[in-house]
Design a protein around this ligand. Sequence first.
Ligand code: FO1
Length: 312
Amino acid sequence: MKIVALAGGVGGAKLIDGFAKNLSPLDLTIIVNTGDDFNHLGMRICPDLDTICYTLAGMANPDTGWGRENECWTVLAGIKQLGGPDWFRIGDKDLATHLERSRRLMVGQPLSRIIQDFCKSWNINQKVLPMSDQKVSTIITTLEYGEISFQDYFVRNKCAPTVKRIHFEGIKDATPTPGLIDAIEQADAIVICPSNPWVSIDPILSISGIRTSIIKKPTIAVSPIINGKAIKGPAAKMYSELGIQPSALAVANHYKTIISAIVIDNQDSALSEAISHLGIIPFECNILMKLTEDRVQVSQDVLNYIERILNL
Ligand code: FO1
């Protein structure tokens, strides 16, 4: 079964890891959010792409989900000593990725080509596609600081500011990376990973041509919200601050024009009826992925649900 998965960083990477263990590499394409990307210390940082790649390569930091395992922090300590910005923690091994990517971007290589080469070097056989080769920046309008970049909001301010609005700078000029629309067209189904709908999935869906291609395909989302709380990160807080009660039902509503089914946690079974009323099929299972076994189980459950939708 050919799957195209839409993913952000840490939450998405767990399900992707499960799919990678359950599917042939040729059957898995991952479209990754690049709205979190930013320039820092003179380098281009692409956190979600790196998180997905490090996870697929088996070299992600198991404690944080982002960055490399067995990391060393010599350079960061040196930057701190010199009074430089140390709020965004770049480890020494991770630094190599940012430096080499920035060098290649500077000589004009497109991001998608760079990621393809990095995947080859890291023995990743799945297709990892940045959503676009053009720069898109997620901007958060906050009550306290006005417009700030995503990493300023997420890492520097620890998601504390109140979110008033979210927009994606550069989105109008961004086009899908080469092969991305083809991959969607050839897929049996599209999976929206349990990533943040507002800042991880919406940027992907906002790129010209992506939403309209996905609408034609059987699409299933996995809720990033269980029992009103985000599995990780600020998704629930964002829903509340934008005036919507956070829940798996709110997630279903968010994606209602593109999904035919949503996987929600057993704890949210009371929401199934309301989800069905939206014309969306609710599937219930455990969706919390604490251990590697959970990643394999949840992804297998999602694949089984897809089979069921395809056979309807
Ligand atoms: N997240 C943090 O909470 N603190 C950090 O210092 C941090 C550093 C970092 C370095 C490289 C990288 O690829 C990711 C990093 N992240 C960090 C994660 C990242 O910024 C966010 O998880 C994503 O942007 C949200 O999907």
